[in-house]
Design a protein around this ligand. Structure first.
Ligand SMILES: [Zn+2]
Length: 239
């Protein structure tokens, strides 16, 4: 949840967070913009369609994958003429279970969580409910909960009654969400605080997983064994 006005780090346009079509990179991730000469950090929201279209998509994807598939690492960079050292945290998706032409899938070694990352950059986190949906032959639905966001300008008059396509259209960003209808988004208006232009809303959607990932997961999900945390504790040596 963010109170910030979100503009895309690539196109500068407003980002309405819709699972599978947009995301954000928080500052604590310490993700470097390795494609920039000064090695700045990537912080902020982005449309996945802008990431796919960016000349920097491969570098973005590589840096994101380094963070996602590790347990943290030391990074160094130059600032104010000095070498700075930081510990970049990792997300722990260490076990690769699939790699194809379009994407890779990694499993967390500490949680029942999977990360599908397109080689073009966009990523999708699937947790146990989504794997159970897939195992039952259903579409996995992503439900990030209520988002709070500052609109970039005065919204349309009937905001509380607007559909998601109408809202995106009024914000001028419809084309940043290609094939959104295929994700069967369920949009719910919660509240609008006009003095600060704060919109609270929720969207549940099916992420646009690459076909090869969908095919793999439909074979994988029925047989996956959830992490047995009780067994992990039993195996822990007593002190
Ligand atoms: Zn964008």
């Amino acid at each position: 949840m963010s109170n910030e006005h979100a503009s895309c780090v690539f196109c500068g346009e407003f980002v309405l967070h819709i699972p599978g079509w947009a995301s954000s990179v928080p500052s604590y991730r310490l993700m470097r913009a390795t494609w920039q000469e000064d090695h700045a950090f990537v912080v902020g929201s982005l449309h996945f369609s802008c990431l796919r279209a960016s000349p920097a998509r491969s570098e973005f994807a590589a840096e994101f994958a380094q963070i996602a598939t590790g347990h943290g690492r030391e990074i160094t960079y130059q600032a104010a003429g000095e070498t700075q050292t930081l510990i970049q945290p990792g997300l722990g998706y260490v076990e690769q279970i699939f790699r194809g032409d379009e994407c890779a899938i990694h499993r967390s070694d500490t949680r029942d969580s999977w990360l599908v990352q397109e080689h073009a950059g966009p990523w999708y986190v699937l947790d146990r409910p989504q794997l159970e949906d897939i195992a039952q032959g259903k579409q996995p639905r992503l439900d990030p909960g209520v988002e709070r966001i500052v609109l970039p300008r005065e919204p349309m008059a009937n905001l509380a009654d607007a559909t998601l396509p109408e809202l995106l259209d009024s914000l001028g960003v419809t084309d940043r969400y290609p094939d959104l209808a295929a994700g069967e988004p369920e949009y719910e208006f919660w509240k609008y605080f006009a003095p600060k232009r704060v919109l609270e809303y929720a969207v549940i959607a099916t992420p646009p997983l690459p076909t090869e990932a969908d095919v793999f997961l439909r074979g994988y999900a029925p047989g996956y064994r959830p992490i047995d945390f009780d067994a992990l504790e039993r195996d822990e040596p007593r002190s």
